[in-house]
Design a protein around this ligand. Structure first.
Ligand code: FCB
Length: 463
């Protein structure tokens, strides 16, 4: 189904709104074993047969480790005033804790300075899924020691970059790391613990709290927050079974990762939700650590979810139902921009004064882009996707929701986890064989948005 941009004038956003792009270390850096970097769970995972489509790896990815300067020049041409990137934990702490790797630290030093020199505010994610393999070998996120190592790592990065970073994001999408990585094994570390993952949930939340405190203790000048993937959950009908199923997924997907941080409570009953788990992992005082106040919430939004009640032998208590009758992305994800307005307004209504200011830390779409004979990439679907979602954010702001910025996922096409290079999300087309970069039509469109040129008119779609 077709997706078109709105024909109405583009809304004006506040002058101090953060306009950026978002990336993650494993998806772009390459240099997986260079300059003293230790292996991560993703390095291990991609080298196992059958894990990634067509056996692709992120060994080279976008070669950002070597091409960062020219990529930042291109980013400056895009006109963004902010950029979110992640640090590869095992590049700076090859064994996950202990002796730092100076070459790795120096890389991120240069990157931060390079962004600042181009007028781009750095937002740093500490953990975007690439756990040092040495920690995984000792139990990974099933072990409390990993949360403690995370605090050590956060302190190290806070000491090193804390005077220059605008925003710190402790973790990226702990729900996806738990479900894809630990329940179902389709992402690193490839564990198949199914519902027995309570220890992973708890230790990720604990790591966030410990990391937040460690960053503050290190005296960072920027704000500290966390990035969650959040979705409104729709019940297929208003039957009691479907409504209960929606409440169940909402708790697992959204509230389990927000209530403990914002309200100091855990909405799921661990023993009923995670049978087979180790429930002894929770210690006195953990809830208070997890509820350490944060300065902002990062929201990654791609699509809403729909569920119905499940058969009684389904331990999840819900069954996902495809959302029909809407455009779909290259990943076959449904496109429902109004769901983003509903999500943001719903968060404000649910959490009230406990909700800090929010950023959209990821939003974007994959499509099967091609370079046309004239050298252009006509990604009108992406332009329409971004246009509709940005207007949805403006609608939420008009309803009084405190939004501080938007980071488009993503800058360059990159290694999209288990899909390798097959799913393209970038504003810039990348040929993974030649590493050639080609700005897409959406690059020129987004430039008009982030520079404010688009406000009050319909942005040009053709560069
Ligand atoms: C998010 C991830 C990001 C990217 C997008 C498409 O879940 O945080 O790394 O893969 O999805």
């Amino acid at each position: 189904m077709e997706l078109t941009p709105s024909a109405d004038p583009f809304p004006a956003f506040p002058a101090d709104f953060a306009w950026g792009t978002a990336t993650a270390a494993y998806q772009i850096e390459g240099a997986w074993d260079e300059d003293g970097k230790g292996p991560s769970t993703w390095d291990t995972f991609v080298h196992q047969p059958g894990r990634v489509t067509r056996g692709q790896t992120g060994d080279v990815a976008c070669d950002f480790y070597h091409r960062w300067e020219s990529d930042l020049d291109l980013m400056a041409q895009l006109g963004v005033n902010a950029h979110r990137f992640s640090v590869a934990w095992s590049r700076v702490l090859p064994a996950g804790r202990g002796v730092p790797n100076e070459a790795g630290l120096a890389f991120y030093d240069r990157l931060v300075d390079g962004l600042l020199a181009r007028g781009i505010a750095p937002y740093v994610t500490l953990h975007h899924w690439d756990l040092p393999q040495a920690l995984e070998d000792e139990g990974g996120w099933t072990s409390r020691a990993t949360a403690e190592a995370f605090a050590e790592y956060a302190a190290l990065m806070g000491d090193r970059l804390g005077d220059r970073v605008t925003g710190w994001i402790t973790l990226n999408e702990p729900f996806v790391l738990t479900s894809f990585g630990h329940s179902f094994g389709v992402h690193a570390p490839g564990r198949t613990m199914l519902l027995g993952v309570w220890a992973v949930v708890h230790h990720l939340l604990l790591a966030h709290g410990l990391g937040t405190r460690a960053l503050r203790d290190a005296g960072v000048t920027g704000g500290v927050g966390i990035t969650q993937n959040l979705s409104p959950v729709w019940a297929l009908t208003d039957s009691p079974e479907d409504t209960a199923a929606a409440a169940k997924l909402d708790a697992l997907y959204n509230r389990q990762w927000l209530d403990p941080i914002l309200l100091g409570t855990q909405p799921v009953d661990p023993e009923a939700t995670y049978p087979g788990s180790d429930f002894s992992v929770v210690r006195d005082g953990d809830a208070a650590i997890i509820a350490t106040p944060i300065d902002f919430l990062g929201v990654n939004f791609y699509n809403p979810q729909q569920v119905k009640g499940a058969a009684s032998d389904n331990p999840m208590g819900f069954e996902l139902v495809p959302i029909d009758g809407v455009p779909r992305t290259g990943f076959d994800w449904p496109v429902v921009p109004s769901a983003l307005t509903d999500l943001l307004v719903g968060l404000r209504d649910h959490y009230g004064a406990a909700l800090p200011p929010m950023f959209i830390t990821e939003n974007g779409t994959s499509i099967p882009d091609v370079i046309d004979a004239d050298g252009r990439v006509r990604d009108g679907f992406r332009i329409a996707y971004l246009d509709r979602h940005l207007r949805a954010i403006a609608d939420a702001m008009a309803a009084g929701v405190d939004m501080r910025g938007y980071f488009c996922w993503t800058f360059t096409d990159n290694f999209e986890w288990a899909e390798g290079f097959d799913q393209r999300f970038g504003l810039v087309y990348v040929d993974p064989d030649t590493q050639a970069r080609t700005p897409k039509d959406s690059f020129a469109w987004y430039r008009q948005v982030v520079t404010g040129e688009a406000a009050g008119r319909v942005p040009e779609v053709i560069p």
